[in-house]
Design a binder for this molecule. Sequence first.
Ligand code: ADP
Ligand code: ZN
Ligand code: ZN
Length: 721
Amino acid sequence: MIAEVIVDVAHSDVDKIFDYSCDQTVEAGMRVVVPFGRSAATGFVMRVKEKSDLPAEKLKKIYRAEEDYPALNKECLVLAEKLKNRYRCPMALVLRLFLPAEMRTGKVGEKSRNFARLTEEPFEIPPRAKQQFALVEFLRDNKEADTAFLRERFGNALKTLEEKKIVLIERRRVFRDPYRGVEGERTERSLTPAQESAIKQIEGTQKTVSLLHGVTGSGKTEVYLHLIARQLELGKTAIFLVPEISLTPQMLSQLRARFGSEAAILHSGLSAGERFDEWRRLREGSARIAIGARSAIFAPVENVGLIVIDEEHDGSYSSENAPRYNTFDVACLRANYNKCKLVLGSATPSVETYKRAMDGEFELVRLPERINKRPLPEVQLVDMRREVRRGNPSPFSLTLREKLRDCLDEGNQAILFLNRRGYSQTVLCRDCGYVAKCEHCDVALTYHSEENCLKCHYCGARYHMLTGCPACGSVHIGYVGTGTQRVVGELKKLYPAARILRMDNDTTSGKEGHYKILKQFADRQADILVGTQMVAKGHDFPSVTLVGILDADMSLHFPDYRSGERTFQLVTQVAGRSGRAEERGEVVLQTYEPENFILRFAAKYDYEGFYEHEIAMRAGMYPPFAKIVRVMVVGEDEKEALEALKEIFGKLERVYAKQPEKFLFFNKMHSPIKRIKEKFRYQALMRITDGAPLKEIYEICAAASYKKTIVYVEENPSNLS
Ligand code: ADP
Ligand code: ZN
Ligand code: ZN
């Protein structure tokens, strides 16, 4: 027998099939160890066949299989081929997506433990051996037990009985269970008529993709869970994708209560071993629902009956590592392969998705009201220019202060939101305009008052706080921007009794990160949560009745076609955290631009109005009418990077010249941030229309090979910096 093997080395030079001879036990999808060059390498068996075109004496033999089962199932192999074609990257890189990283690095494996049981042969125990009697009784009652436990409880009796062959010991593999103790109560509730009809519509449509457009708090999660449960009843499996940040303690316990060990929940808080075991349970079918962030789309489930992408507009669904896949595209491939449905859900669908629904390509399913007809919180726009005129320099308007006081007096909770872009406090010389920048990156540094230092948010470098201006010597150093820390400081002065939590990039690093902060807030160990983008996502805190958006317009003015869409999504999502239970919620939206269309639509929850406005602005120019393609050329050697850019741009120009009408924009330039972590960044930027030679662009970049410069393609990048 011959195995066609792809070696697990991500380089275009070895990105091809190698034939090896093997015996019957090798199957397609298995990981194997093969002789390669002068050493050995891990590889993937793509296919098994009878004969090779190579002469027998040239064929080498596979050393061994890494596991006794194929790590990659048949669907993975088919999908991998398609993804490789789509994104033009080495096969090994694509195949890695389907495996837990821990498996490749070989750092974890299966965990096993010893179990004891009684022999079936007749036996006798000396009359005075009390412990031995007790142990035998215990095993009669329990059939078998973990040896570590028995040793602790019955001491030496275990060893004695083992030696007498009365107790037999067997080693078996066990799964680590990361969710022990996360047992939530199962709340049986009947669906509302709106939820019922949404489910009917999704199950009834002929279309593969449905868009569930439901306002915040309309009960979308319940719809997903019902759809998933139905597929399980039919003997199928499901994939449920959520942004990482939504895997909150409440969500985990809800899923556990509902599906028990049928659900494998993959999140960043798991240890390597736990993650591997969850993957393994999916692979062998003992868990049938894969729940997780973006990468869970590659879960090894078979016979998939449903794929759900919650908060489909979320930026985290496009990968920022090679291969830069789009989760929706992969989900479509899997849905087609399995002939199953794909459900996208959001209160604020991306303009592109909504257009496809409007055009009839996706089924549009609506949940226009909150559960129990609870009203959406009322949004009050506050003009911050007037606050300044009134002599109020603080980050809080008078309106917000009053409402915050009332909220706290009534014993409720509040969330204060700062746009991330606005939260950095930059250090500036008031005399000459000097701005402190990172030595390794072309970005301004951020002041951290708790440590009294400056930090770079791109590479993490720390600098001493300035005492004078390095450019002109002036001592008039000031800050611009409001930081979360400053907001917390001011809040403490205004409401000394309030307990305040802060959630931003600084407080959420580490394994538990945001999980811990959210749990504290949910358990009501704090009254006010101050945070950036992270607080906007789908959390459900029943006691929150006030949301303050401190700087609503900070994200409006970024030179990105999506800045309006982002702002609308953010405002709607944060506002949606208020008033989710019995009490009516309120939102205070502070802005320097109260007449802005986007903010006005958001304040009225008018998604359609926003959509019409936005689509008219983009017509014929930007996605969804055109695609933005960015070729990034990144390297530490500026000269080489620049040479590479020139060379690649030359090749791109030839493609462009063949069909210039397919390109709305075509040019090369510095990236907006010229340097990150010592690497210089150049780009070729294009806006292309349908039928443009995207494949050729990918091919040019795949063929590029430089010593210290890498080249990659991004489609509609969510971050254009
Ligand atoms: P969304 O994801 O649309 O923002 P959720 O799924 O979080 O909304 O639901 C909002 C709230 O309504 C949650 O507290 C949820 O427990 C509750 N809920 C959902 N469906 C029902 C139902 N059928 N009956 C009663 N409460 C429900
Ligand atoms: Zn100066
Ligand atoms: Zn830096």
